[in-house]
Design a protein around this ligand. Structure first.
Ligand code: SAM
Ligand code: SF4
Length: 473
């Protein structure tokens, strides 16, 4: 058990030029013509520059906001189809040596009930998640010498080894402290999916105020460089994030896009996902509300990010209320968590009660996976548990190659339908199953006639009649 070294990646630089980003934000109000030019570039599925993103951020014309929203919806539909990928978070341990002002796990929060799941407790949680129908998890850790790369890798292997009925976890993502290159190699060997590190805020002074200088997380460059080290270690599947509410959202959007473009330029692969958690109430935490992000601003954030990075997944979590999640789904979100419990042991022990001292923050959407599935499908979305790309080697640079000519839609719709059919057979309530069967036949109707459609129909029958599982293209 040891903390990773603080070594940086080769040629690590602080690429967040605040003067430049603030300069872009203080430019004059853009014309409608300019906004539309940028929108059409994005609709052609070209990533936007930071400067172009800034133009979208700068407009305060509600009619142009509506055009941005409509474009985000259109882009989501053309790149991802009507598919929404579902996952659940699994908190493994909340010991933490840092003192992030906004987080209930901070070391100075003596009210927090500290706990690290034992391997057997992890298995129980995973069994419960499988029994609800989950196939994709994100494991979440505080920062502590107990949670070193060996521990994370061991936990990942443990999760993959659990089998309950037809259940299995096919993809394990990680949200944990930054590692060193050697540490990333270890977790990669355990078969992780995405390694997420949220920068929280890219604004240096705010970062320093939120993360005391005498803590590991207080080192801005070490965190900023965290995912570059992952690439150096061969992990080409990474997720960025900003905790909205700490500083001006406009600045954070530009900085996150800058980070995405930096990774793309340096490693030839952009981030796989972007996350945009908003601050939630948490035990032992008092907030300065100055930079709280309103729902209206939040919508703009998501739509602008959708347009800025057309091929990057956008993750919307259960920190947001069900109604808002429902509305934001159409803005270009590609992944959501559902049936989430974030207290340690919460999938078997806590029921629906949220006990602040046991969790990092409170959730606003604690509906069951089945309820979320049913609503998504009633709204015309296809919930997907697909993990095919990662398991067929379509990640990183290859994933980009596949995604650009529209492969996502061609592979993803059939795979989403296959994983949905599995869910309907094994876990769905009668109502969800009824809604789901109808949706699957409508989706099949819509598919182009041809080999892929025939194969999909045949595989759906294999799942239904012969109880075959884990079929994918
Ligand atoms: N300890 C690791 C770290 O800091 O990178 C793992 C992440 S932490 C357990 C998961 C994320 O939760 C943080 O990166 C932060 O963005 C978010 N978070 C922390 N406190 C929060 C709060 N009060 N409301 C909403 N999100 C919060
Ligand atoms: Fe620890 Fe992460 Fe919470 Fe900071 S955000 S106190 S590092 S768990």
């Amino acid at each position: 058990m040891s903390l990773p070294s603080m070594n940086l990646s080769a040629n690590a630089v602080d690429f967040i030029d605040e003067g430049h980003l603030h300069g872009l934000l203080s430019g004059e109000k853009p014309s409608a013509v300019r906004i539309r030019e940028i929108i059409s570039k994005s609709l052609n599925k070209e990533a936007l520059s930071v400067e172009e993103t800034a133009v979208l951020v700068r407009t305060d014309d509600p009619a142009l906001h509506e055009e941005i929203f409509a474009a985000a919806r259109q882009l989501k539909e053309t790149v991802y189809g009507n598919r929404i990928v579902l996952f659940a978070p699994l908190y493994i341990g909340n010991d933490c040596i840092n003192d992030c002002t906004y987080c209930a796990f901070k070391r100075s929060n003596f009210r927090a009930i500290r706990r690290t799941l034992t391997p057997e407790e992890v298995r129980l949680q995973v069994t419960a998640l499988q029994d609800h129908g989950h196939k994709r998890l994100i494991l979440v850790f505080g920062e502590h010498s107990r949670y070193d790369a060996d521990f994370i890798a061991e936990t990942v292997r443990n999760v993959y080894s659990v089998r309950s009925g037809h259940g299995e976890i096919r993809r394990v993502n990680i949200n944990a402290a930054p590692l060193d290159v050697e540490g990333y190699r270890k977790v990669k060997d355990a078969g992780i999916g995405t390694y997420q590190i949220f920068m929280e805020t890219y604004h240096h002074a705010t970062y320093a105020a939120m993360h005391p200088g005498n803590t590991r997380k207080g080192n801005y460059l070490y965190r900023l460089d965290g995912l570059s080290r992952a690439f150096e270690a061969g992990c080409d599947d990474v997720g960025l994030g900003v905790l909205f509410g700490l500083y001006d959202w406009r600045f954070e959007v530009l900085a996150m896009v800058r980070h995405a473009l930096y990774l793309q330029e340096r490693f030839n692969v952009g981030p796989h996902t972007l996350s945009f958690p908003r601050l939630r109430p948490a035990s032992g935490v008092k907030f300065d509300e100055k930079f709280f992000t309103t729902d209206a601003e939040f919508k703009r954030i998501i739509a602008i990010l959708r347009l800025a990075v057309p091929y990057t997944g956008l993750i919307l979590t259960a920190r947001e209320k069900p109604e808002l999640r429902r509305e934001l789904m159409s803005f270009g979100v590609s992944q959501i968590d559902a049936g989430s419990r974030i207290e340690l042991g919460g999938y078997t022990e806590a029921g629906d009660a949220q006990v602040m001292e046991r969790e990092q923050f409170s959730l606003a959407d604690i509906r069951s996976l089945d309820d979320v599935m049913c609503q998504l499908m009633s709204d015309g979305y296809v919930p997907s548990f697909c993990t095919s790309c990662y398991r067929s080697g379509r990640t990183g640079e290859h994933f980009m190659e596949f995604s650009i000519p529209g492969f996502i839609k061609r592979f993803c719709t059939p795979n989403a339908l296959l994983t949905l059919q599995e869910y309907l057979m094994d876990y769905a309530s009668p109502e969800t199953r009824r809604v789901g069967e109808k949706l699957i036949s409508e989706e099949l109707e819509r598919m182009e006639d041809g080999d892929m459609k025939q194969r999909t129909i045949k595989q759906l029958e294999e799942i239904k009649q012969r109880h075959v599982r884990d079929i994918y293209f």
